[in-house]
Design a protein around this ligand. Sequence first.
Ligand code: NAD
Length: 355
Amino acid sequence: MNTIQAKDYSIAFTEEGYKLLNQNIKENEYSKIFIIVDENSNELCLPNVLPQIETTAEIEIIELESGEENKTIETCVQIWNVLIELGADRKSLVINLGGGVITDMGGFIAATFKRGIPFINIPTTLLSMVDAAVGGKNGVDLGGLKNQIGTITNPELIVIDSRFLETLPQNQLRSGLAEMLKHGLIAEKSHWEKFKNYAEISFENFDILIAESIEIKNKIVTEDPTENGIRKALNFGHTIGHAIETYFLENETKKTLLHGEAIAAGIIMESYISLDKKLITLEEFSEIKTTLNSIFETIEINENEHQNIIKLLIHDKKNEYGKVQFALLNGIGNCKINQTTDNETIIKSFLDYKN
Ligand code: NAD
C-alpha cells in the first residue's frame, strides 16, 4: 500500500509504517519513548508493536482505562503527572497505540505537555485508522459534552497496521465503517458505492478501502486544516449524531452508543434534511437509508426525547453566532457546508428515521 502524504507527516502502512517509525526514532534521538495504551491495546496490540521498535532509548508503557467516559481532562492531569514522574522532557516521544480515545487524548497530552512534544499515532480500531488518528485534531470531553477542549496538532507519523482489526469486535468494526461511508457520501461517489452491498465486501482487500478513506479525509484536512471551510464537510452526520451520542452518554437508563452507531443515525437524519432542502433526490435518500440500515441497527429514540436531543445541538462546537450549523449532502459525492434548518424539520428527520 502506498504511503499517503499529509501536510507535514506521512501515513504509512504496515512494514513501511514500522520502517518510517524506526527512521523517525533514529533521526530524532529521543530521550525516552512513552507508549500510551488502554488495557485492550496493551494486551492485543502492544505485543506486536514492541518487537518492531528498534531503539536504545528507554520505553515506558502508560496504560489508561478504556472508554469514552475516561476521555477527560482529569485523566490528562494524571498522565501529565506520570510523564513528569517518569522523567519525560522535550526530547521525549509519545506513541499513541489504541482507538480514537487513545489517539485523541494521547495527542492532546503530547501537544500540550511542556508546550508540545512529538507524538506518533498507531491506531488500532477501524474508526481511528480512517478518522480519529488522521487530521491533527485531538482533545477531551468536558462534563459530558464531546471534544470541547483540544488542539489541532499533527503527529510525526501515522502507522496503519490493519492486522489489529482481527481482534476488533464486529460492532467496533461497524463503528468505523460509518466514517468510511461518510467519506464516500461527502466526497467520492465511487468509494460510497463499494459499500452498497455490505455483505459482499471482501475484508481481504480492506487495506485498499482504508487507504481510499484516509485519502479523502487527508485531502480535505490538508486543504483546510483549521476548519474554516471545506473541513466542515467532515461534520456531515455529526451534528445530530454527536447530540444523540451525548444524550445516550449522559442518561444512565440508555445503553452507551458507539460513536459510529450514533453517526450512522446522524447520516440518515442529515440526509433527510438534505432531501428536505432538495439537495439530494428521493432515490439518493432511499439508497443511503437502505445501505445504512443494512449495516446498522436502528437506535431506539422515543418521541419525548427529541426535544432534549435538540437542546444538545445548541452546544455543538460547530455552531456559529448561536445557529446550529449542518454540513449537508449536495448529491452523493458532494457536500454543502454552513447550512441551517428549523427544529420542525429536525423532528421530522427523527420521525422518518424511526420508520
Ligand atoms: P475507543 O478508542 O474507545 O476503542 C473502542 C474499543 O476498542 C475500546 O474498548 C478499545 O480498548 C478497544 N480496542 C482498541 N483496539 C482494539 C483491537 N485492536 N482489538 C480489540 N479491541 C480494541 O473508540 P474508537 O471508536 O476507536 O474512537 C472513538 C473516539 O474517537 C471518540 O472519542 C471520538 O470522539 C474520537 N474521534 C476523533 C476524531 C478526530 O478527528 N480527532 C474523529 C472521529 C472520532
